[in-house]
Write a protein that binds this ligand. Sequence first.
Ligand SMILES: Cc1cc2nc3c(=O)[nH]c(=O)nc-3n(C[C@H](O)[C@H](O)[C@H](O)COP(=O)(O)O)c2cc1C
Length: 446
Amino acid sequence: MTFASGLAAIPKAPAARDAQAGVCTQPYHASVFNISAMSFGALSANAILALNRGAQRGGFAHDTGEGSISVHHRAHGGDLIWEIGSGYFGCRNADGTFSEERFTENARGEQVKMIELKLSQGAKPGHGGVLPGPKVSPEIAQARGVPVGTDCVSPAAHSAFGTPIEMMQFIARLRELSGGKPTGFKLCIGHPWEWFALVKAMLATGITPDFIVVDGAEGGTGAAPLEFTDHVGSPLQEGLLLVHNTLRGVGLRERIKIGCAGKVVSAFDIARLMALGADWCNAARGFMFALGCIQAQHCHTDHCPTGVATQDPLRQQSLVVGDKAERVYNFHEMTLDALKELVQAAGLRHPHEITAHHIVRRSADHKVQSLAQLMLPQLPDGALLAEDLSTLPFIYRNTWPQAARRAFLADVRQLCRHPMPAAAWPCRAPRGPYSAAVPDAPRPGR
Ligand SMILES: Cc1cc2nc3c(=O)[nH]c(=O)nc-3n(C[C@H](O)[C@H](O)[C@H](O)COP(=O)(O)O)c2cc1C
């Protein structure tokens, strides 16, 4: 069973301010369920081989993660989404800056179907990463373009752009260099004005990404400080709805697809998130379980007992590629079969037709409500382009005007009731506007 989500070459309804730009010339029809970003380095060679073979057999996409494209990604020819993180692995100069030549060489490869610029991930927003030197094998070094045996660092911020406008220009450049492949970005929503700044930059430049992947704070990782995994970032439902709603509010939703990730493991998870505006879902740990992960939580020690998250050649032998590739394929297939049954039971033909009215939740002992009643109301198309925002939910009424397309930070003094010196930010940044605007949102399904 395959449900596809297409990144079309020509938008159905081009936004008035943006009629020409932001359109890929090599569209890709993704499955509604794909393998989320996990690097070779975080995962073993055998894990990458099994994931890609499963993806190839099932016709779905395999996100490379920041660690770029290795020989193991290429062995079976499954569709790849190439993720570009702040370390520019696979497309970097020796000093760690972005290399157009190396990017072009990799991005034009037939197996690469989409380009995903990574801003942040839900398990550690705003935090960089490091693959310790002992794990940087010759194969990993070759894929990433870094020296063997040396700590491999992903900085917390990008060096190729510094403002939302520069970021849109960078996306346009990546799309052009890739030969017109769908190019988008992945982020976990933080302060709403940072996201709004990106949308204002889209409007100002006329450049739109082809897709956005929203990651939830509940998302997994191979390694991150517990404070970040447990407490930083917006949960998926709220982040997804904010992105979907804002794009509708500026008339860009028809031309930007939305993917999402964060504890997606079942057909119902997919249905619930598509009801809130997602075009497709990605899973990381779900596919790790298919590989045999038992959540021993030793990813960062290189002592993974199942061979999934280790570079130790001996330990990797416990993951038999042919056997696990079959399980990866089956997990995708069976999940989509279950999704088909849900869709049919609701009298629909495609999961895209599921709406927030179809998903019902118990919100209190004696109260049952649909997601449509529980969540932030959906914005009408173009609502944020109107002069008068006074009838919109608080988050748009209050925060949208404060966001600046030339900076990720809003003028916090305007957001506070009691003005404070800019230097006092971010430790005293107001929490009110966002949390107050997403009231009583239900927790994810399980
Ligand atoms: C082992 C592992 C490695 C990951 N590596 C990356 C990565 O390189 N880049 C990235 O954007 N996200 C990475 N993620 C996060 C996932 O792609 C995804 O955004 C999120 O964690 C949802 O995962 P879940 O399905 O496990 O909840 C990783 C997650 C795991 C579990």
